[in-house]
Design a protein around this ligand. Structure first.
Ligand code: NAP
Length: 282
């Protein structure tokens, strides 16, 4: 699959944090080839710096940048998606795959705006919506993708290849995308707070901070890897650690009293409902 993408011309619109992570992975792994990749940003000075760093063309002109592109990756903020779609619509057609990572922006919104901006001419553009997360920066990302009205399985395969370059990818129905945003896109922030708290606890019981952080991080990584590799239910794995009348059960009692579960559930529910609002803000 990778070799097929190397034939394609990619344009990344809005190469900020996430766009930059994806671009760097594509260039390093040769998912796309250097001379067929172009990116845009808002500010001229950032364009120059990024072009120098990555060795690709970077401009501030979205419309020019998408001319002749096979794949357009939209990594601008949800609030400016509408203006960017209007700008690029005249250069986008049914043979351009548009992949958007913008939180809360439905594929239908993108399809309608492209059609409206071209007086109904471009109403068959294949759109794939994706929701990655920041561990993508080290190849440990989790991305969910879904296809719009005109996206075929081969469009989804192209998108899958683009996100497999930075971790795991799953295909889901679009109705789940806000939930994915609340769980796996916001999730690293929740996990860092848990990890930081465990490290803080280690300091409280006398461990040097760097050791406490290492123990907490490797423990979380290990526990997550066991779930992924065995497929076992986390509750069963927890039971296996919890010796009758041992120390773990005392710790679990504290967690239950502190309502850790309810708090985490509420955090994801809040983040999910917030994910549905972003598009409608100025
Ligand atoms: N960060 C995450 O964890 C995450 C996870 C999943 C999805 N997302 C989605 O990814 C998207 C980008 O998020 P981010 O965190 O990467 O934001 P970011 O770092 O602020 O990047 C946004 C980029 O857009 C550029 N930009 C602004 N206006 C533009 C315009 N009119 N034309 C072209 N480029 C323009 C900015 O240019 P300058 O560099 O010149 O300012 C910047 O490079 C959002 O839609 C977000 O919902 C983010």
């Amino acid at each position: 699959m990778r070799s097929t993408l190397s034939d394609k011309k990619l344009t990344v619109l809005g190469a900020g944090k996430l766009g930059g992570i994806l671009l760097r992975a594509y260039l390093k792994q040769e998912v796309f080839v250097l001379h067929r990749v172009i990116a845009t940003v808002k500010r001229e000075e950032r364009a120059a710096a990024l072009a120098k760093e990555l060795g690709i063309a970077v401009t501030t002109n979205n419309r020019e940048a998408v001319k002749g592109a096979d794949v357009v990756l939209l990594t601008v903020k949800p609030q400016i998606i509408e203006e960017v779609l209007e700008e690029i619509a005249p250069e986008i057609g049914a043979d351009t795959l548009l992949v958007s990572v913008a939180a809360s922006v439905p594929t239908g919104f993108i399809e309608e705006h492209l059609a409206a901006a071209t007086g109904g001419k471009e109403d068959k553009v294949p759109v794939v919506r994706a929701m990655p997360n920041t561990p993508a920066a080290i190849g440990c990302g989790m991305t969910a993708i879904c296809g719009g009205t005109h996206a075929t399985s081969s469009h989804l395969e192209v998108a899958r290849t683009m996100f497999d370059a930075v971790g795991r990818t799953i295909v889901l129905e679009e109705k789940h995308m806000d939930a994915v945003t609340g769980l796996s896109a916001s999730g690293p922030a929740f996990a860092y707070i848990i990890l930081e708290s465990l490290a803080e606890a280690g300091v409280k019981v006398g461990l040097p901070r760097d050791i406490a952080t290492l123990l907490a991080a490797q423990t979380m990584k290990g526990a997550a890897s066991v779930v992924l590799e065995t497929g076992d239910h986390p509750a069963l794995l927890k039971d296996a650690v919890t010796t009758p009348a041992g120390c773990t059960i005392d710790g679990i009692l504290e967690l239950e009293e502190g309502k850790l579960r309810v708090t985490l559930i509420k955090a994801v529910v809040k983040a999910t409902s917030r994910a549905g609002e972003l598009l409608f803000e100025e």
